[in-house]
Design a protein around this ligand. Sequence first.
Ligand code: SF4
Ligand SMILES: [Zn+2]
Length: 138
Amino acid sequence: MTGKNSVYGTPRPANVPTFPLGACVGKAKLMNPRPDNPAAVLHARQVCWGCPVLTDCRAWMSTLTPRTDPGDVLAGTTHAERTGKDPDRRVCRACWLVRPRDKFSLAGKHGQRAVCKSCVAASRPTGSPTSQRAEEAA
Ligand code: SF4
Ligand SMILES: [Zn+2]
């Protein structure tokens, strides 16, 4: 995550932490791939997957709102996945992993639950019928 509002760019907003050991240091262009270039997006994700501060970065990412999100690839996720604008994938608000949309239950007339089916199943007592159905669907 390295755009002008990024961890390493300047100016840096007060809500953006510094991760000196981040694998994206010095890789601003790589971490801001065009959304229509899957290979470039994957390359940016791979930088995060090998990052020594991925856990800390993901914890910070979990505190972001669409308004405070600085953009770019961050903790292995794209801006569209974090803000719910990607038609195929979204970030689970419990495990903070990118999951296909069919791994989230529908919620009411609009949209989907923010937590994936696996996390919903894991939060229920094991052996309950509801838990088993959720696990089968995940
Ligand atoms: S997880 Fe990704 S965005 Fe976060 S510091 Fe590491 S390389 Fe940068
Ligand atoms: Zn989840």
